[in-house]
Design a protein around this ligand. Sequence first.
Ligand code: THU
Length: 156
Amino acid sequence: MSGKDYPKIWFGYTLPTLGDFMTDKELLLTAIKEMEKSYSPYSSCKVGAALLCKNGKVYTGTNIENAAFSPTICAERVAIFKAVSDGEREFSKIAVAGGKDGIVDGIFAPCGVCRQVLREFCSDDFQIILGENDEEYKVVTLKDLLPLSFSPDNVR
Ligand code: THU
């Protein structure tokens, strides 16, 4: 029996299993929903992210563009900065979905800057759920996306 198979009903209450507060699919659907809030008048790329903390809390983020372009911030960084500024430090996974005009048609992988920001708080085995559409997704690790990474360990 795997962790996922254990019954979650206890005295009539549904209990989440540690680390299993949300399925990958639920996290992905949360990220897709977040795309609606995107402020992207320049690229028309709507991106959504949903970050699951180890304590079960979920922080969402969407991309916010700027007329001066460089202040634009990605959905992933909005989610992680919201969480970190709320005192969270431990994360288990993030789902990311996006597409031109809000149509998810293939993966929208995190940019290099977001990968490095994730590496600040997350280890190599942190999971990234990449939505291909609202049904299909790929699960990769941070190490897959950022091998041989520069991390806080390098400056300790
Ligand atoms: N974008 C993200 O939100 N996340 C990424 O990892 C890649 C790019 C956004 C930034 C910008 O608003 C738009 O997608 C086009 O680059």
